[in-house]
Design a protein around this ligand. Structure first.
Ligand SMILES: CCCCCCCCCCCCCC(=O)CSCCNC(=O)CCNC(=O)[C@H](O)C(C)(C)COP(=O)(O)OP(=O)(O)OC[C@H]1O[C@@H](n2cnc3c(N)ncnc32)[C@H](O)[C@@H]1OP(=O)(O)O
Ligand SMILES: CN(C)Cc1n[nH]c2ccc(-c3ccc(F)cc3OCCn3ccnc3)cc12
Length: 392
């Protein structure tokens, strides 16, 4: 990182590697807002054959085009064995939260063929950094078609989404990536818990442990048929106020976390089939909601395997334990995920997750997820357990 030149990122208001040793720089915005009249009014120039398109995710046709671009060209693991396969329903959910801007769903297409060849998105979010709640854009789904890589298209995409976010008078952003850029606010490790070990070994996701047979491995990961916590049930619409109170109280302990209100909780955490699952523990005597757990559904395409085409993966989302031990709560989450046919349950070591990762037989993944803020300086990097933010 110190030797690498970041010709684009060195021009951006982000923590720079050269500033790492300099603790006296003030925390907070790196650059002041620009007067709206001075924000560039017209889109950035694209290379000749390409044009911008604002992607209306409400239309089935556009949603399908975005789905296919990502399904074929989005993030792969380091060994190019798996590629994220976000579903159309998931993308519509992820991109249309309360207060979303259609103009922040940005595509690049070929002028002649109209083929979608690149994409980047932002959604509005209120993020608290220490004691300051900041209106931010969460940037995601940056994707350039495999055939158009290494042509410096990504910096143009990033500048264009930045321009459109500025036009809405928002000056900060949050994003995560598997690559190291100037400069992570936190580096997190991802972990995997096998639910269907036979399939995971067949597709090469996992390997049979030394001195382990397949039947011994299946036994090792076996789970009960039903959750064991009394009062454990699916979240419903009428639970939104109680879950919001529970979650807001819990997230206060983290240095960076979303500032969810009831509208946000209704959108992000109410169960949606094959998109997001959420459960809570309601005390039978007091009817209080004492605990909460959730995971989102993100399949991965298995690249080039005869027997399987897809890996069904659940990703730990937001979890709160105030009465049920987190270990027991997350074991119930594993049990329902297994029951629903998931092959693997993934989690980052953020929040208090390290309490359950080893205990519940998660294994460490082969990479890290870097967290970033744009135009907002924090003077020291955060440990994963100081982070209360999960991006999709
Ligand atoms: C106030 C509002 C602000 C809003 C904006 C905030 C910032 C939002 C930032 C975006 C957050 C997105 C978060 C997100 O979506 C989650 S991270 C997932 C990103 N997508 C993928 O990995 C999909 C597969 N890969 C691709 O499609 C391409 O490889 C991409 C498009 C990734 C790069 O296309 P390419 O053809 O391979 O490369 P060039 O066009 O030649 O460009 C090379 C330059 O791009 C820099 N680069 C590479 N990967 C990056 C990444 N993941 N973030 C940021 N920058 C990235 C790289 O360091 C270099 O700059 P440098 O020379 O300075 O080092
Ligand atoms: C977060 N969101 C921005 C998508 C995203 N972009 N880049 C990434 C790099 C890692 C993870 C990740 C996050 C949590 C997790 F448990 C496993 C993960 O990746 C496994 C490796 N992998 C990559 C693709 N297929 C499998 C997500 C992402």
């Amino acid at each position: 990182t110190l030797s690498k030149r970041h010709k684009f990122w060195e021009t951006q208001p982000v923590g720079q590697f050269k500033d790492l040793g300099n603790p006296s720089l003030p925390e907070g915005p790196i650059e002041p807002p620009t007067p709206l009249s001075e924000v560039k009014q017209e889109p950035y120039n694209l290379p000749g054959p390409y044009e911008w398109i604002t992607c209306d995710m409400d239309t089935e046709e556009m949603c399908s085009e975005v789905y296919s671009l990502l399904a074929n060209n989005y993030v792969e693991d380091d060994e190019n064995m798996f590629r994220f396969n976000y579903s159309k329903g998931f993308l519509q959910w992820a991109l249309r939260p309360p207060g979303y801007y259609r103009s922040w769903h940005i595509g690049v297409r070929v002028k002649t063929s109209k083929k979608l060849v690149a994409f980047i998105t932002g959604v509005p979010a209120r993020i608290r950094a220490k004691d300051t709640v900041v209106n931010m854009a969460e940037i995601n789904f940056l994707c350039v078609h495999k055939k158009l890589r290494s042509k410096r298209l990504a910096p143009v995409m990033i500048k264009e989404v930045t321009r459109r976010v500025h036009l809405e008078n928002i000056w900060q952003a949050a994003y995560t990536a598997g690559v190291v850029l100037p400069t992570p606010i936190s580096t997190c490790q991802y972990w995997h818990r096998s639910l269907n070990p036979k399939k995971l070994i067949d597709v090469g996701f996992s390997r049979l442990g030394a001195r382990m047979t397949m039947s011994r491995t299946i036994k090792l990961y076996k789970l009960p048929d039903s959750p064991i916590t009394p009062g454990f049930r699916k979240m419903e619409l009428h639970d939104v106020p109680a879950v919001t109170r529970l979650l807001r109280g819990y997230l206060k302990q983290f240095i960076v976390a979303p500032d969810f209100d009831e509208n946000d909780v209704e959108h992000w955490l109410l169960p949606k089939e094959d998109v997001v699952d959420s459960f809570l523990v309601e005390s039978s005597e007091t009817h209080d909601v004492t605990d909460f757990c959730s995971f989102y559904t993100l399949p991965s395409t298995v690249i080039g395997n005869q027997n399987y085409s897809t890996l069904k993966a659940a990703y730990s989302y937001y979890n709160v334990s105030t009465k049920t031990p987190l270990l027991q709560l997350m074991n119930d989450a594993l049990i329902v995920a297994k029951k629903k046919g998931y092959d693997v349950f993934n989690a980052l070591d953020v929040m208090e997750n390290e309490v359950f990762l080893k205990e519940l037989k998660f294994g460490p993944g082969d990479g890290q997820l870097q967290y970033y803020l744009y135009n907002y300086r924090l003077n020291q990097a955060l440990g994963p357990s100081e982070l209360g933010l999960v991006l999709l």
